[in-house]
Ligand binder design. Structure first.
Ligand code: BGC
Length: 370
């Protein structure tokens, strides 16, 4: 089911999230009120629980940016970090362990949006607030949600693909969606269908367990066998990892990926290089740095029993149990034409890491100077 999203006013611009934090007193009262402008923190423990590591964003962006921001806000806070490697049961025990270690707040990016509700119930028994990070935890008493407009992510992917296919009329595509256990994947899929349906023929469609790139590759191999290698005009892939799997399958079958547009999401290094080389058509750039920083700001405030910094919360999302106060950021579609003005300009990836060896001339052509 598509969740209802209402953002108050315009989505936050990346810069609008910048929140000035000074140093100051601790507040162990646990009582609401006040704003989180303190730097001491009183040795609070903040748990960051991420879902997987096959997608590079978590270890390359979310974790380091969250940790850096939190240390900036509170030098004596302790971060309890774990990554569940796509395993919901493992995440459950990691959350238990964080609670046992005395976590004052959980920042939880759930492997499974529904079953993570039991983690929230457990945390609430110990009066520990929970921030639903990037993926919504459904039917649970979460305190806040920080993410992007995820249906819009799917719309951007779908409309870019249509654009690459000259409007789509008479064209055939394969759809490779994300994990059915991830609420985001449902939103990406719904957004994509809302623009693709009726415009192109969807010959095959898959939901990809665990978002695994290798499973996406197998799905694409099956699609090529079923549909025929010369009958596929484009591929909707929900993220860069699954897009990479689809491209590998095409190469394996002797299809030139430069002739078949493939979508993606996350602005992963390898995907941005494929875009510059012409092997992947687009990605969706989500400014993960402000997402992670907002999570750190919010977590630090909640750990001290304070209100969120003013201006941070800009919407609310229905998770099936309640309207969850939310921080919602804006995704951006990126093709070869605007890599320089988005991903590179923001410092999300450095020209020096993108423009290595074989990508140098493609970088020059795209106006990226390494
Ligand atoms: C995230 C994506 C990510 C995917 C796989 C989604 O919930 O929003 O950025 O690619 O999970 O981990």
């Amino acid at each position: 089911m598509t969740k209802y999203v209402r953002a108050a006013g315009t989505m936050l611009a990346v810069a609008a999230l910048a929140f000035a934090a000074g140093c100051g007193d601790d507040d162990d009262s646990g009582g609401g009120g006040g704003s989180a402008t303190t730097g001491g923190g009183g040795g609070k423990k903040i748990a960051l629980l991420l879902p997987e590591s096959k997608t590079t964003r978590y270890e390359a962006q979310d974790r380091p940016n969250f940790e850096r921001k939190l240390k900036e806000l509170c030098s004596d806070c302790e971060i309890i970090y774990s990554n569940a490697d796509q395993d919901a049961a493992k995440q459950q025990s990691q959350a238990e362990a964080a609670i046992t270690k005395g976590a004052n707040v959980l920042v939880l990016d759930p492997v499974d949006s529904a079953s993570a509700a039991s983690i929230v119930t457990r945390a609430k028994q110990s009066k520990i607030p929970v921030i639903s990070y990037d993926r919504l935890i459904t039917d649970a008493d979460v305190d806040y949600y920080i993410s992007f407009d995820n249906e819009q992510v799917g719309k951007l992917q779908g409309s870019s693909l249509l654009e690459a296919l000259g409007g789509g009329s008479g064209k055939t595509i394969v759809m490779i969606n994300g994990a059915p256990t991830d609420n985001n994947a449902k939103l990406f899929k719904a957004g994509a269908h809302s623009v693709l349906d009726g415009k192109v023929k969807i010959a095959k469609e898959y939901d990809t367990p665990d978002w695994s790139p290798d499973k996406a590759q197998t799905e694409m191999e099956q699609a090529i066998t079923a549909v025929g290698k010369s009958n596929i005009d484009g591929v909707y892939a929900a993220n860069d990892g699954t897009g990479g799997g689809a491209i590998a399958a095409m190469k394996g079958a002797g299809i030139d990926p430069k002739k078949v547009p493939v979508t993606g999401q996350d602005a992963e290094l390898a995907a941005v290089q494929r875009i510059l080389a012409g092997e992947q058509y687009m990605t969706v750039y989500k400014a993960i740095i402000p997402e992670a920083e907002a999570a750190a700001e919010l977590a630090f405030a909640l750990a001290q029993g304070k209100e969120p910094p003013s201006g941070l919360v800009n919407g609310e999302v229905d998770n099936g149990q309640k309207q969850v106060p939310s921080v919602l950021l804006k995704p951006v579609a990126v093709t070869k034409d605007n890599v320089a003005d988005t991903i590179i300009k923001d410092g999300f990836l450095k020209a020096s890491e993108v423009c290595t060896g074989e990508y140098k001339s493609a970088c020059d052509a795209a106006g990226i100077s390494g």
